[in-house]
Design a protein around this ligand. Structure first.
Ligand code: AMP
Ligand code: GLY
Length: 418
């Protein structure tokens, strides 16, 4: 198989790495990719969110499959354009991607499908905002209706801050606060059938102890030793399958990965959000554990051939990823600083490094090129070992002013010890 992967982050590096390990994948291309991805795939310097540029590249490469990594190309209609030109694509059409692109649309689909989620009000006028904040009470949850790269949500006890965030967004969704731990579950979908991957946990806040601003995600781990038995089956039957059925009923079948961000509240599982693509950095740990070859699975989704009885195979053990972020991330990441120590990190037994926001400067030096610069992945027979490995490797990475969280998977390891 020849596969073209769109995107350039740590998630895409993890996808390309998994495809590279699939014996059925002979030829890998990436647009645009990053320096790590380009060690495994031929890079093409185009804008992955430009439907005309992507279809032109696909016409030239004639791939068996295009895998769309980030949300921006989906929302821009890149999957629609590829499908219209006859190219199998893993990723939903623009209309189905609104499940991520519009929080209000996601709420509407969930209501129609009977999917459990936080009660919510869509507000535009200041008096609607005030009424919703009063109705739900603190802590206040205010979400920008549109795409905001994981940064459009404010959760606060401070009503003034909640009002100011709402005013800065225009249209917002205000909703009831969900307590309880969060988990992410990804399901592969071919428009009709959905097959779950393994759940993972993400760390969204910038600093240890869940302090600081929301980010795209600072680390992740899988499996979740604390997750209730039957969680995946429950989420598939109460969340994923009803949503896939509802989107199909609307004439916008969902092809790609449906990402369910969940809160495990005392009242049961609730959807916090849907995304129309793999989570970043959860994908880095989930794909590390997946033993079933990825290329065939994604191709089956793109061509409507996912078997309902498809059972995925998983490597035993655990994986932990820690994001090394640039100085100033998430507010204003500093770019252009040399990144070194990647080989030393990869030499730690059980560890490897995925590139996220890296670039090569005019002197041929690897430098930071984004907020989340590299993802260090540690693996091991259990979560404690995977965590030790990840942090031993993180120690080797050198980037001036960088920061990372020191508590990825710590609570889960302590809880498992009892
Ligand atoms: P979202 O972009 O919708 O995933 O929100 C980002 C983060 O804000 C989530 O991962 C949660 O930590 C938090 N959050 C979102 N909605 C709620 C809610 N209803 N109750 C509590 N926390 C929330
Ligand atoms: N890890 C959260 C996200 O991908 O949105």
């Amino acid at each position: 198989m020849r596969i073209l992967v769109l995107g350039s982050g740590g998630r895409e590096h993890a996808i390309v790495r998994a495809l590279h390990l699939d014996p059925a994948v002979a030829d890998l291309h990436a647009a645009p990719g990053n320096p790590g991805i380009r060690e495994l795939a031929e890079g093409h310097a185009i804008d992955p969110a430009d439907p005309a540029a992507v279809t032109a590249l696909a016409a030239r490469l004639r791939p068996d499959l295009v895998v769309v990594g980030p949300e921006a190309p989906l929302v821009a209609g890149v999957a629609d354009a590829l499908r219209a030109s006859g190219v199998p694509v893993f990723g939903p059409d623009r209309e189905a991607a609104r499940i991520e692109g519009s929080k209000a649309f996601a709420k509407e689909v969930m209501a129609a499908a009977g999917v459990p989620t936080a009660k919510a009000r869509v507000c535009t006028a200041p008096e609607e905002v005030e009424a919703a904040l009063t109705e739900f009470g603190p802590p206040y949850v205010v979400k920008n209706d549109g795409l905001a790269a994981g940064k459009g949500v404010v959760v606060t006890e401070d009503r003034g801050l909640a009002v100011r965030h709402a005013r800065s967004c225009g249209r917002v969704v205000i909703e009831e606060y969900l307590d309880g731990p969060e988990a992410s579950l990804f399901a592969l979908c071919d428009g009709t059938t959905a097959v779950p991957l393994m759940p993972a946990q993400d760390f969204k806040r910038a600093y240890d102890g869940d302090e600081g601003p929301n980010t795209g995600g600072m680390g992740a781990y899988t499996p979740l030793p604390w997750a209730p038995e039957g969680l995946v089956d429950e989420v598939m039957s109460t969340v994923v399958r009803p949503t896939v059925t509802e989107l199909r009923r609307r004439g916008t079948p969902y092809v790609g990965v449906l990402y369910a961000g969940l809160a495990l509240t005392s009242a049961g599982v609730r959807v916090v959000e849907f995304n129309a693509r793999f989570g970043d950095p959860e994908t880095q740990v989930v794909l590390d554990r997946l033993a079933t070859p990825l290329g065939g699975l994604l191709h089956a989704c793109a061509t409507g051939g996912l078997a309902p009885e498809q059972r995925l195979e998983w490597r035993p053990g655990a994986a932990v990823t820690v994001v090394v972020a640039a100085e100033g991330y998430p507010a204003s990441p500093v770019k252009g600083d040399p990144v070194t120590g990647l080989e030393e990190a990869a030499a730690v037994e059980g560890a490897y490094v995925l590139h996220a926001g890296t670039a090569v400067n005019e002197d041929g030096v690897l430098v930071s090129g984004g907020g989340r610069v590299v993802n260090v992945v540690g693996t091991g027979p259990d979560l404690a070992a995977a965590r030790r490995t990840a942090y031993a490797a993180v120690e080797k990475i050198r980037l001036r002013g960088s920061h990372h969280r020191g508590d990825i998977a710590r609570a889960a390891v302590e809880r498992a010890r009892g």
